[in-house]
Design a protein around this ligand. Structure first.
Ligand SMILES: CC(C)(COP(=O)(O)OP(=O)(O)OC[C@H]1O[C@@H](n2cnc3c(N)ncnc32)[C@H](O)[C@@H]1OP(=O)(O)O)[C@@H](O)C(=O)NCCC(=O)NCCS
Length: 315
């Protein structure tokens, strides 16, 4: 981006579905084992929404926490943008429901659907609006209730996903700290590799796991490499990589290729499973206080569509 960084994170929050489901719990209802799930994916537990919860209620809870953490008033938000593919209804958007509950009168509100890359896509829009001066403060959210679109009886997918939301408050910043670059990509020829309907639909999520796996291990390091090289950075300057949390084997393979040590890679899939657009932003509360000014954070996602996106953030 020309002219410095835009979109400085000043508050973070997250919310998770009310029911914790361990691999052991799934052993009781599916033909699966803790060993299979742990070894193939790294996932140990996930949270599912309970009665009355959905992608909108999770987004509202995460947003409340982020706004409180930032110490700002909802009325000062100019735009609410939510990456989600599991809105409880097609209309109104999750972002509109968040705006109403948080109290952001008159602020713009929209959802952005880019599957598991939804947060990184939405972050690029948010920081561009701040960079242009079209907004002064943005509430940026990733929220998905994947259990509402997955067949609980399909062991090949039911063990992988979880429900959660992550929210961040972004200020324009001073040009030093904030997002400095983004990559967005998509390839609709890969649409058949993963599909899902809306919550409540009869048809549930389908994926070709092996092909998505191959795509992911290729695209993740490619995006990181591109962000580093076109910004003249070395991987040592990156304090954290927050990859989309689909599978620990995908993440390990990508980080090995990039020679990024494990202690700089943020992992939450062991606790939360694959929470789609939420998987990146719900990591922030775990690292926010340790983020060192002057260093960089790379957020990098991929998903059905196919979609992929990454963001370079200067702390
Ligand atoms: C889904 C995924 C974990 C499957 O792992 P895999 O090593 O590719 O496993 P396969 O699909 O080849 O299946 C291997 C075997 O395990 C079985 N299996 C599948 N799910 C199982 C489960 N929950 N428990 C036990 N066995 C299972 C399969 O039936 C298959 O059995 P077979 O060899 O007798 O046919 C992996 O492909 C993956 O993570 N892909 C990426 C998916 C992704 O990122 N999706 C989200 C996009 S954002």
């Amino acid at each position: 981006m020309n002219g410095g960084a835009a979109g400085r994170i000043v508050g973070v929050g997250r919310a998770l579905g009310g029911r914790i489901v361990t691999n052991g719990d799934l052993e009781d209802v599916l033909d699966t084992t803790d060993d299979w799930i742990s070894t193939r994916t790294g996932i140990k537990a996930r949270h599912f929404v309970v009665e009355g919860e959905n992608a909108a209620t999770l987004a509202i809870e995460a947003s409340r926490k982020a706004i409180e953490h930032a110490g700002v008033d909802g009325g000062s938000i100019d735009l609410v943008i939510c990456g989600t593919s599991t809105a409880p209804e097609s209309m109104p958007s999750v972002a509109c429901l968040v705006g109403e509950e948080i109290g952001t009168p008159g602020a713009g509100a929209m959802d952005l659907a880019a599957a598991c890359a939804g947060y990184s896509y939405a972050a690029s829009v948010a920081s561009s609006m701040l960079h242009a001066g079209a907004a002064g403060r943005v509430l940026l959210i990733g929220s998905d209730a994947m259990s509402t679109i997955v067949d609980p009886g399909d062991r090949s997918t039911a063990v992988l996903f979880g429900d959660g939301a992550g929210a961040v408050v972004l200020d324009a910043g001073d040009g030093d700290s904030g997002f400095v670059d983004h990559i967005l990509g998509a390839d609709g020829s890969g649409a058949a590799l993963g599909r899902a309907g809306h919550p409540g639909d009869h048809e549930k999520l389908f994926q070709n796991g092996r092909e998505v796996f191959k795509f992911a291990v290729k695209i993740l390091p490619e995006m990181i490499e591109k962000l580093l090289s076109r910004n003249g950075l070395s991987s040592e300057e990156v304090q954290y990589v927050i990859p989309h949390q689909a599978n620990a084997r995908i993440i390990r393979s990508a980080m090995r290729k990039m020679e990024i040590p494990e202690d700089r890679v943020v992992i939450n899939l062991d606790r939360f499973g694959n929470t789609s657009a939420a998987s990146i932003p719900l990591s922030y509360p775990d690292i926010y206080d340790a983020m060192e000014p002057g260093k960089y954070v790379i957020t990098v996602g991929f998903g059905f569509g196919l979609t992929w996106a990454a963001n370079l953030y200067r702390i």
